[in-house]
Structure formats: C-alpha cells, structure tokens
Design a protein around this ligand. Sequence first.
Ligand code: SF4
Length: 365
Amino acid sequence: MSKINLKSAATLREPAELVAHGLASAAALRDLEKVAAHYAVAVTPDIAALVDPNDPDDPIARQFIPSAEELVTQPGENPDPIGDHAHSPVAGIVHRYPDRVLFKLVHVCAVYCRFCFRREMVGPGKATSLPHAAYQAALDYIRAHSEVWEVILTGGDPLMLSPRRLAEIMADLAAIDHVRIIRIHTRVPVADPARISREMVAALRVKGATTWVALHANHVRELTDKARAACADIIDAGIPMVSQSVLLRGVNDNAATLEALMRAFVECRIKPYYLHHGDLAPGTAHLRTTLAHGQELMRALRGRVSGLCQPGYVLDIPGGHGKAPVGPNYLSQANSFSEEREQHAETRYRVVDYCGDVHLYPPKP
Ligand code: SF4
C-alpha cells in the first residue's frame, strides 16, 4: 500500500510559500507556521488559482489557507469529533451501522481543509496508508461480516492512490459476495482534476459491485470547467455521483450561495446528498454556524430550489452515535397548540409550507 503520489510539484505546503504567492500575509507567517506544525497544509495549483487574494473574506481561501484562529481550541472540540475510534474493530475500519463500514485506506489528501473533521489523523506527518498486514486484516473483517452491503472508501482521499492500486482494492472488495456497493468519498475532482485520468476512471469500475462517488465541494466556484469535466468523465463511465458539503461560516452560510452550489451540482448530474453541520474538530469554531442558522438556510433553500437540489442537513452526533437529520421539521402535532385544538378538535397535525404558512392536516379516519 505505498502507491501514493504526494508530489504535485506546484502544491503549496509551507506557510512561507503561501506568503510568497500572495495567499497569506507576511505578518501572519509566524502564527501560520504554528498552525502548520500541527495541522497539514496543502493548496493545489487549481485551488490556488481560485483564491482572490484581494478579498479578505474569500470563500475559497477560508477553506484552505490556514488561519491563526485554528490555534484556539474551544470547549467541546475533540480530536475525534465523530467518534471513529469508538467503532473501529480493526485498523482502517469504522463499523458504526450494521450494513456498512468506512474503510480508511489513506491518510493523505490533495488539499487540507481547515475545518477537516479528521484533521488530527490526516496529513503527510501521519501514516500515509494502511500497511499491508492491516489492509489484509481489514479485508478479513469485511469478509467475516456478511451484513456489510456497502463499503465507503474514505480517509484521507482514496483518489490519491494510483489507478493501479485503486483497481486492485476495488477488485478485492468486489470479490466479497455480500459487498454490493463501493462508495468513494473524494475532493480530488475539484482540488486536482487532472488526477481523474482515463486510468483512474477505469479503476473506479469493477465487476461484481456498483461504484458510487461522493464529491466534497462547498462553494460553486470550486466547480470549475476542469472539475465539471472530471466529474462528467466519471459519470459518463456509468458511475453515479452524489455531493457532500459542509456548512461553513463565511463560505456558504447564506441562501444564495447554497442555492448556486446545489444548482451547479444538479447541472453536473451530481445529486445533492448531504449538507453537514460543522463537526467539533479542534480549532474550527470560527468556521462553524449555529444549528438554528443551518435550519433557517434549509427552510430558505426549500423555497428557492426543487427537491432535486435539496441535500439532507445532518449532524454527526459527537461520541460516535452516527448521523442525525437536523431538520427543519415541517410537521408537528396540532394538539400541542391549544387554539387549534379547540377550533379543530379532530385535527392532529399542522404542516408548514415553503412560505412559512401553516396548514392543518386531518388525521386518518
Ligand atoms: S479532503 Fe476530506 S479528509 Fe481531506 S482534509 Fe478535506 S475534509 Fe479532511
């Protein structure tokens, strides 16, 4: 498991390089070096080209350029915010739900997101990939658990593997009868679209299992022509794609920006899947919103775009208790509202439409 190409010559990995390229201020250098000593930094040329250095609030820069605010850990933040460790029976596997496992193959990414929920586990300073014996043990675990229908390759970013190694892994998984779905979570099509070569697309297809690719992108500007072409290559090969985004303060926490992102996904034939509430990763409070604001945005989105463009707004419950949809809720029991109870004794529910108007829905006769 050593077929990872970390070397993209022009990827910026040092704060001094970010300063030299005008992506960070010289005055911030000392603080950024402290951040980089703890959390990995990588900005690919494709991402660097998207940053507007004249905009102090640039939504691309906020995602990838380190900030002194990361040096502050808030109460409640946790190095393992979604509780992977509590559900890891063998190295590389997280088995939280009966029918699926996470398979964490690599610990490196093309870029390092400043809000990453696995920021304590990913980066070149960490183990780059699962050692051979651990990989075999993880496969043995999946073979022994016939309830595992879906394997989610994550990490790190599995598309940092070479196409040849990825094809071997896909074949190993597809050879397990009960594994029917292999889902790959990646940021590579936006961060380094050139990696989505013909060989990489071929590696994603495997006999014996269905592949899905989940693209992580948070702002419409990430979906450049090159990124869209990379996704089209994947989809044209018969591989369906879904999106996942993180709700981030100063990046996409307004209805117009979310709308543009979700419309762009659908135009690219990528079904919006998840909008994650920011996890309690250390040093990320400046990028989180409140749950109330997230619900307000989801309400606004429902009024602006079709169901095709609606992601599920979800929260990973700290401690490893899994994902919960966090609304908003459009249905409530009418009899909890005394006025309505008096006026419509037989009515059981009230339901809110996309304009915020309330309607009564009768009980089943
Ligand atoms: S690509 Fe995913 S795993 Fe890698 S830094 Fe970003 S959020 Fe973390």
